[in-house]
Design a binder for this molecule. Structure first.
Ligand code: SF4
Ligand code: SF4
Ligand code: SF4
Length: 261
C-alpha cells in the first residue's frame, strides 16, 4: 500500500515550527519516514516530487499539507488555495498559521507605518497586507498550536492522522496544567498571565519556568475575556497595559478585538 504523501509549506514566519517538526531523535525520524512519504519540505530537502508550479510548489495531490506562517500578501492567498486544492487534509502548523501569530502585531499600525518600518527606503516596493491566519481563507482540518509548536504534539497529530482520527488539542485553559504542576500563580508575584483564557497543551511551559503565559496557543473555545480583564484589573493593570498583553498573539481573535479589520 502506498504511504500517505505529506508536504510542508511556509508563508510569513520564522520557520521555527518546521524546525520543531524536525527536532526528532534519529529513531523517531526513521519511524516517521517509514510510514509517510515526505514529498515537499523546503527547509529539510531540495528534491520535490513531480511537476512544479510557478511558485516552485508541486502540483500533484497530497494527503496531508502542514502549512506554517501567516498570510501577508494577495499572492499568498492564491498559493494557499492551490495547496488546499491539492491536499486532502490541511494542518495549520504553529501560531502564525493558526492565529496570525506574532506577525499580526503589524495590524495595529497603519499600512504606511508598517511598510515604512519594514522597508524604509522603498516602502511600497513589495506586496504587504495585514497579517491573517490561514483559516481566514481556506478550510483547516486540524491545528498544532504554539509559538513554536511542541514536537511531541506534532508526532501525536501525525499518529492520529495516520489512523484516520481527527487530531484533538486540549480545549481547557493553561491554568489547569499550571495547577496540576503545583506552580504558584505568577499573579501573586506581580506578573500578568493569560493562562485563564489560553488553550493548554504546552504543560504551562512559561509559568513553570519563571515567566507568564502570553497566549501563543490561542484562546480556548469559550474564553471568559471579561473575567480575565477583571483579574488583570484586580492586580492593578490599566486598560492599555491589559491590551498590550492581548496584542502579542491574539490580534485575530474576535473575542478580544471584535472590531478589527
Ligand atoms: S509560530 Fe512562532 S516559531 Fe512558529 S513559525 Fe511562527 S513565529 Fe516561528
Ligand atoms: S500562573 Fe498563569 S497559568 Fe498559572 S495559575 Fe496563574 S494565571 Fe493560571
Ligand atoms: S504558557 Fe502560554 S505562552 Fe507559554 S507556551 Fe504555553 S500557551 Fe504559549
Amino acid at each position: 500500500m502506498a504511504k500517505p504523501r505529506v508536504a510542508f509549506f511556509e508563508f510569513s514566519d520564522c520557520e521555527g515550527c518546521q524546525l520543531c517538526a524536525l527536532d526528532l531523535t534519529p529513531e523517531q525520524l526513521l519511524d516517521l519516514v517509514s510510514v509517510v512519504d515526505i514529498v515537499e519540505f523546503r527547509e529539510a530537502m531540495t528534491e520535490k516530487a513531480g511537476a512544479l508550479d510557478d511558485h516552485g510548489d508541486g502540483t500533484d495531490s497530497i494527503d496531508v499539507a502542514f502549512i506554517e506562517g501567516s498570510i501577508n500578501r494577495e499572492s499568498d492567498v492564491a498559493r494557499l488555495k492551490r495547496i488546499r486544492e491539492r491536499a486532502s487534509i490541511v494542518v495549520a502548523l504553529g501560531a502564525c498559521a493558526h492565529i496570525g501569530g506574532i506577525n499580526a502585531l503589524k495590524n495595529f499600525q497603519s499600512e504606511e507605518e508598517y511598510r515604512k518600518a519594514a522597508y524604509p527606503t522603498d516602502p511600497y516596493k513589495y506586496e504587504s497586507t495585514t497579517a491573517k491566519a490561514i483559516g481566514e481563507f481556506i478550510k483547516v482540518d486540524a491545528v498544532i498550536p504554539g509559538c513554536p509548536i511542541d514536537t511531541g504534539e506534532f508526532l501525536h497529530v501525525v499518529k492520529d492522522l495516520l489512523v484516520g482520527h481527527k487530531p484533538q488539542v486540549p480545549d481547557y485553559p493553561v491554568c489547569v496544567e499550571c495547577k496540576l504542576k503545583e506552580n504558584g500563580c505568577v499573579y501573586e508575584k506581580g506578573m500578568h498571565c493569560l493562562g485563564p483564557v489560553t488553550r493548554a497543551g504546552c504543560g504551562a511551559r512559561c509559568p513553570s519556568n519563571g515567566g507568564y503565559c502570553y497566549g501563543c496557543r490561542g484562546l480556548i473555545s469559550k474564553p471568559n475575556i471579561a473575567s480575565q480583564q477583571d483579574i488583570m484589573q484586580k492586580y492593578n493593570l490599566n486598560e492599555d497595559e491589559m491590551l498590550s498583553k492581548f496584542k502579542m498573539f491574539l490580534q485575530r481573535s474576535k473575542e478580544v478585538f471584535p472590531d478589527d479589520k
